[in-house]
Design a protein around this ligand. Structure first.
Ligand SMILES: [Zn+2]
Length: 317
């Protein structure tokens, strides 16, 4: 059994303006690490397809999907003549260009295809090296560099289309996954566990929105040992009780101590440990089935190394 790796060049063409931390070079940093460590050949590579719009409406309102389509397809048309359109602001941090529509469809499409590959037994687990990320996108709002909630779309696909009864969402990005919580709170087929720095953007998560949310806010400057203790004490018993049939990961690597967007102190070994603990749960209850999607991680070198540690663990290398 293999680890599938899904990505697409369109995800590289989405740009939010010079100097923006959520930049195409993030994907290069991951690729470079894989090549430098001889791991690119160990993964089963797939091009991410564009998602069906019907898949998106399992997590977003039809009105929001139509609104994004009108706006982003408009930008795509404007730039088709060859003149690049300047990035268009959707919120103070989130910008779209002529390639954003294709990238956003591929990012969600990767998560859905990864879910099918794993459920069909064509891969044991899968990692989606995609952008834009997704976990801040709410049912009907783009924010925090996110347009469509890739993980929530895939989780609903696993439940509504593939007929699973219980899936877990694990979010270890340094920011609270407010969008995923907005979409999945009170869906009793889902357990979401997360850990995030508080206070920090988007300044939410202190009060869980539903009984199926295990939110673990941690103060700035918390380091790996304390994070591991909290995961062991707060995530693991809830995951064991819930017995998920599949596990989705919002894999953000911006809690790394070298990442300037926040002030947590994780290192590669912590990401390896977290990945192993998630795999333990998946092996016990979910036939090892994991779909992991890239969220944040903005220090390019630390991102490459951290994704490397995560992927090496997923692939059992
Ligand atoms: Zn983040």
């Amino acid at each position: 059994m293999t680890t599938a790796y899904l990505s697409h060049q369109d995800c590289h063409r989405h740009e939010m303006g010079g100097g923006h931390p959520e930049c195409p070079q993030r994907l290069d940093a991951i690729e470079d690490w894989l090549i430098a460590h001889g791991m690119d050949a160990a993964l089963d590579r797939h091009d991410a397809p564009k998602v069906d719009l019907a898949c998106l409406t399992r997590a977003h309102t039809a009105r929001y999907v139509a609104e994004m389509q009108a706006l982003l397809e408009g930008l795509e048309r404007e730039s088709a003549g060859g003149t690049p359109v300047p990035p268009r602001a959707l919120d103070p941090d989130t910008f779209a260009n002529g390639h954003t529509w294709a990238a956003a469809l591929r990012a969600a499409g990767a998560a859905v295809k990864a879910t099918d590959l794993v459920l069909d037994g064509q891969a044991e687990n899968a990692f989606c090296a995609v952008r834009p990320p997704g976990h801040h996108a709410t049912r009907e709002q783009a924010m925090g560099f996110c347009f469509f909630n890739n993980v929530a779309v895939a989780a609903r696909h696993a439940l509504d289309v593939r007929g699973l009864d219980r899936v877990a969402v694990v979010d270890f990005d340094v920011h609270h996954g407010n969008g995923t919580e907005d979409i999945l709170a009170n869906d009793d087929r889902v357990l979401m566990v997360s850990i995030f720095q508080d206070p920090l953007y988007p300044y939410s998560g202190g009060e869980p929105l539903g009984p199926n949310m295990v939110n673990v806010p941690v103060p700035p400057y918390t380091r790996g040992p304390e994070v591991r203790e909290m995961i062991e004490a707060l995530w693991m018993p809830a995951l064991e009780r819930f017995k998920p049939q599949m596990v989705f990961i919002s894999a953000g690597f911006d809690a790394h101590r070298e990442d300037d967007l926040a002030q947590l102190g994780l290192v590669e070994a912590d990401y390896e440990w977290i990945t192993m603990r998630i795999m333990d749960v998946a092996k016990r209850h979910a036939k090892g089935r994991i779909v992991s999607c890239l969220e944040g991680g903005y220090h390019l070198s630390a991102l490459g190394r951290s994704v490397g540690a995560h992927l090496r663990t997923l692939a059992g290398l």
